[in-house]
Each structure stands twice: as structure tokens, then as C-alpha cells.
Design a protein around this ligand. Structure first.
Ligand SMILES: Nc1ncnc2c1ncn2[C@@H]1O[C@H](COP(=O)(O)OP(=O)(O)OP(=O)(O)O)[C@@H](O)[C@H]1O
Ligand SMILES: [Mg+2]
Length: 315
């Protein structure tokens, strides 16, 4: 879907992006992670031609982007930036409708789409559609930014630290929302962050960057288990790697059908199949329990996670 081949970008003497190769498959969430100034935003902005690349080739669906009309290219790429980039004098609805209006969709179709997206992003259209951006909270404005990027149903989503300025709780909510939306609409996404935990949570693959280069491009699990260099190892945090791996693992993978009858009845806290093994471990430790029941959406017990199994590292 998106291919960067030996791509370099210079600003005068500075080499912002240094001969990178990166392939992002259709439907993937590729997260670029690395410290400030390592070239993440530059990489993103070359993909939608906000910046021309100095050398190399960028292909989208096999086509060299320099042969495409930049406006046309951008219509197929939603772009979300930190601080939202919303137009302050436009209402929320008008902001979201920006690209559909450019595409001259009929008014009814635009209205329906705005309504649909606001609902998808958990923004009550009645309450917020006619507000101006400065009347929204940071988290709400960020959601509007995401809705706007999705409006004309682009195949590709480029997100540059979209949740960077938010408090931890709002940020976590938006991350969860993004995972939910991604399950529903599955866009090929390039997501930039300097937060490795955010990267581990959202990525299908992570590209770790340093000084304009890509040091490792792999799944979150492989990045944690097998960091390719000391830099990557330090970035993921040597010491709580075990817990981070458990965050990636679902309860489904470590549950058993039956309760371990050598131990007393489990406590009241339960987990779902989709929860992380880390949450189950947390309950085990906090309650001093030997096992945690796993329940389905109706609250029925469908299995157990035992302390013993969790202590095997969930491997
Ligand atoms: N327009 C520009 N003119 C000159 N140098 C630039 C320009 N844009 C970026 N650079 C330089 O290119 C390098 C990479 O910048 P880039 O914005 O891609 O970093 P980043 O990884 O997104 O960092 P951050 O996490 O701080 O956003 C930096 O050294 C930066 O100073
Ligand atoms: Mg940046």
C-alpha cells in the first residue's frame, strides 16, 4: 500500500530522514516512534507530499506519488495533527464536512456523514455539531480532528501525535476508541508518537527511528522480545518488558476452562476474554487471589485465569 524506498530528506545541511526503507501493508497501523527531531513528522509529511523528498521513491498502491496530483493524493489521505488544526471560525459540523464539501457531495449526504462520524467518535451531534472549536475540550477537539480526517472515507490515515497534548485519561480513552474504530473501518494508518506505550498499544508494526534512520521495524511483540539494538532496548524499557508483554497478551490466550479446585473460591473481580493478561495479573496480586473468573458479555463465567499460569509469564 505505502512503500518508501531509499527515501532521504535534507533541510540544508541537516539530514532529517536518512535513506529509509519502509513498507506499510494495507490495513496496517504502522507507528513511527522515536525521540524529538528523529524525523517522524518529516516522514509523514513526505507521504502526503506536504514536503517533497530529496531522494528515493515513495509509492502508494504501487504508484510513484510524484506522478500524482498532490490534491488528489491528499483527498485519499486523512491527516490528523496535534492541536487538531481545526478552523476556529467554522463549526464542528463544518470542520468535519471540509473534504466532502470540496468533493461537492450533496448536502443531505454530508449531513448524514457528519452525524455518522460524530456518533462513531462518541460526540453527541445535538450537543456539539454547532459549537466552535474553542468551545470544546481538548479531547473533544481531537475527536473532531479524527472525524474530519475520516470524513470522505480515505484509504489512508496519517496521524502526527494526535493525542500528544491530552491528559493521561483522555488519551487512554482516545486510544481505546481508535482501536475500536480501527476494528470497524480498518484504515491503513501511519501514526507518529514519541510514547512507546502508545506505540505498543496501537501498532500492528512499529518503526523505531533515531537520527533519521529506522533502527527496527517489527511487531510490538518482537520489538519487546527481541530489540535489535541497545537503543531499542532502552526505549522499550529493559526492566518492565515482562509486564509490557503481558499487556499485549489477551486473557483468551492464557485462560483455562476449569477452576483450580485446590484453591478457595475466587473473589468478585472478573475479566473478559479481550482484557489483557496484565489486568488479570493485577487482580491476582491486588486481591491475593489464586484465580480470576473470565466472563462473557452477559456476565456468564466461561473460564479462569490462574496465578500459576500468569506466573509462567503468559509465554
Ligand atoms: N522546515 C524545516 N526546516 C529545517 N529543518 C527542519 C524542518 N523541519 C524539520 N527540520 C529538521 O529535521 C529534523 C527532523 O524533524 P521532524 O520534525 O521530522 O522530527 P520529529 O521526529 O517529528 O520530532 P518531534 O517529536 O519533536 O515532533 C530535525 O532536526 C528538524 O530540526
Ligand atoms: Mg514531529
Amino acid at each position: 500500500m505505502i512503500e518508501l524506498k531509499n527515501v532521504t530528506r535534507r533541510f540544508g545541511e541537516t539530514v532529517a530522514v536518512d535513506n529509509i526503507n519502509l513498507t506499510i501493508e494495507t490495513g496496517e497501523v504502522c507507528v513511527l516512534v522515536g525521540s524529538s527531531g528523529c524525523g517522524k513528522s518529516t516522514t509523514l509529511r513526505m507521504i502526503n507530499r506536504l514536503l517533497p523528498h530529496s531522494e528515493g521513491e515513495i509509492l502508494v498502491d504501487g504508484e510513484d506519488i510524484t506522478t500524482m496530483n498532490p490534491e488528489q493524493l491528499r483527498l485519499n489521505m486523512g491527516y490528523v495533527i496535534q492541536g487538531t488544526g481545526l478552523f476556529p471560525h467554522w463549526t464542528v459540523a463544518r470542520n468535519i464536512a471540509m473534504v466532502p464539501r470540496l468533493l461537492k457531495w450533496p448536502k443531505e449526504r454530508i449531513d448524514a456523514r457528519v452525524h455518522e462520524l460524530m456518533t462513531l467518535l462518541d460526540l453527541d451531534p445535538q450537543a456539539h455539531a454547532h459549537k466552535y472549536p474553542q468551545q470544546l475540550s481538548g479531547g473533544q477537539a481531537q475527536r473532531v480532528g479524527v472525524a474530519r480526517a475520516l470524513a470522505a472515507d480515505p484509504n489512508i490515515l496519517l496521524m502526527d501525535e494526535p493525542f500528544g497534548a491530552l491528559d493521561a485519561i483522555t488519551r487512554e480513552n482516545l486510544q481505546l476508541e481508535m482501536l475500536r474504530i480501527q476494528r470497524q473501518v480498518r484504515k491503513t494508518t501511519v501514526f507518529v508518537t514519541h510514547d512507546i506505550d502508545e506505540a505498543l498499544k496501537l501498532a500492528t508494526r512499529i518503526a523505531v527511528m533515531d537520527q533519521g534512520r529506522i533502527l527496527q521495524h517489527d511487531t510490538p511483540e518482537n520489538i519487546l522480545r527481541d530489540p535489535s539494538s541497545e537503543f531499542v532496548e532502552n526505549l522499550v524499557g529493559k526492566q518492565d518488558r515482562g509486564l509490557k508483554l503481558m499487556s499485549l497478551q489477551s486473557v483468551r490466550k492464557v485462560m483455562t476452562a476449569h477452576r483450580d479446585s485446590r484453591h478457595p473460591e475466587p473473589g468478585v473481580d472478573t475479566v473478559r476474554e479481550d482484557d489483557s493478561a496484565r489486568l488479570a495479573l493485577s487482580i491476582v496480586l491486588w486481591q491475593g487471589a489464586e484465580q480470576v473468573p473470565v466472563v462473557n458479555a452477559d456476565g456468564q463465567e466461561i473460564g479462569f485465569v490462574t496465578r500459576e499460569r500468569l506466573m509462567q509469564g503468559g509465554a
